[in-house]
Design a protein around this ligand. Structure first.
Ligand code: SF4
Ligand code: SF4
Length: 349
């Protein structure tokens, strides 16, 4: 099967093919794996080859799995070339052709963590908490922090919906993503505010949903948890004595531009210094968990995580969001702390 190329996709691909790999150094996956095939240029050249008749097979799809959609290549590209978007098209074609790695589907259909705290909330209301992939500890901490910040009577989405469907999109399943979008829009139809615990959900709701004309009435205000509590918490107390290394989740820093607020709040609960990774802020690297890489090639995803945290090896790592589970597995026995759990521990008692 060939890969149908729109004019836009063809232009995006050719911009990379004729480029002297100027973003090579910026791709955390290519740097961690140390091979040319998985550089942004390599992924796009393969797409070009398939567009010109190379078989669209499992080998090609397996290469396209080596992108976490971190967006760093596009950020440093002088043409703002949308490599991660082109890789989504490539993945969708691979799924359509039946040659995608099984890990994509397993990852995108993985059940959400059980959360009694979330289940205890009423369904539907003016303020809805979209828990995403947060586990019980992260949900419970988030609800505690939201209450301390003055958010009264949070609810959960109707019908047990837990996220915005971004995993389906990353796994090359645009039809499943469209269904997830419809389900979430109905599940929060009465909400004035949707507070997302995962940056991926806030990003999808803020950028992808309006592009699709999802909201039949006024769109709800979409906030990431950090935006919902920043500037609203008083009297936070130190709960960790030494230094910590704060890692920016790429969808939080680069995707939503939330860089300083998590640091400012973290400084209140950390007795030591806040250390920075080599790549930080909205130029942050990647933990390796994004877009299903860990489900297809766990060793590569682990190598990316280790590169990201490759300074101050004795210092605990703090990260906000869904990457914490992957980082814990990849960096063990090094402690990895969840940002919101630290903030909840620091609330005045
Ligand atoms: S994303 Fe930009 S810098 Fe990177 S290979 Fe493509 S055109 Fe070159
Ligand atoms: S989006 Fe990130 S992982 Fe994907 S090719 Fe670009 S830099 Fe590499």
């Amino acid at each position: 099967m060939s890969l149908p190329m729109s004019e836009g996709l063809r232009a995006t691909v050719e911009t990379c093919v004729f480029c002297p790999k100027l973003c090579r150094w910026a791709c955390p996956v290519a740097e961690a794996e140390g091979r040319e095939t998985v550089t942004p240029w390599g992924l796009m050249t393969l797409l070009d080859d398939v567009g010109r008749g190379r078989p669209l097979d499992a080998d090609a799809a397996a290469i396209w799995a080596h992108c976490t959609r971190c967006g760093r290549c596009q950020q440093v590209c002088k043409h703002d070339n949308d490599v991660p978007g082109a890789i989504l098209d490539a993945r969708a074609a691979a799924v359509e052709a039946g040659v995608s790695p099984p890990g994509w589907r397993v990852w995108s259909d993985a059940p959400h963590p059980v959360s009694p705290s979330l289940d205890a909330l009423p369904e539907g209301g003016p303020t809805v908490v979209l828990a995403g992939r947060a586990d019980e500890a992260r949900v419970a901490a988030a609800l505690e922090v939201l209450a301390a910040a003055g958010w009264r009577d949070p609810a959960r989405p109707k019908g047990g919906v837990r996220d915005a469907g971004h995993r389906a999109l990353s796994a090359g399943r645009p039809v499943a993503f469209a269904a997830a979008v419809e389900a979430l829009a109905a599940a929060v139809s009465e909400a004035e505010t949707v507070i997302c615990l995962d940056a991926e959900d806030a990003e999808a709701l803020r950028f992808d949903y309006p592009e699709r004309g999802v909201w039949s009435g006024p769109a709800p205000r979409v906030m990431h948890l950090i935006e919902a509590v920043h500037g609203r918490l008083e009297g936070l107390e130190p709960v960790i004595a030494g230094d910590v290394l704060y890692l920016d989740a790429c969808r939080l820093g680069r995707g939503l531009g939330i860089v300083e607020p998590p640091r400012a709040m973290l400084k209140s609960v950390v007795g030591g210094a806040l250390r920075e990774a080599l790549t930080a802020g909205d130029d942050g690297g990647c933990c390796g968990a994004g877009a299903g890489l860990a489900a297809v090639d766990p060793a590569a995803a682990t190598a990316v995580a280790r590169d990201a945290a490759d300074i101050e090896p004795d210092v605990p790592v703090v990260i906000a969001g869904a990457c914490s589970a992957h980082l814990r597995a990849a960096l063990a026995p090094r402690p990895v702390r969840s940002w919101v759990e630290l903030i909840a521990d620091g609330l005045p008692r």
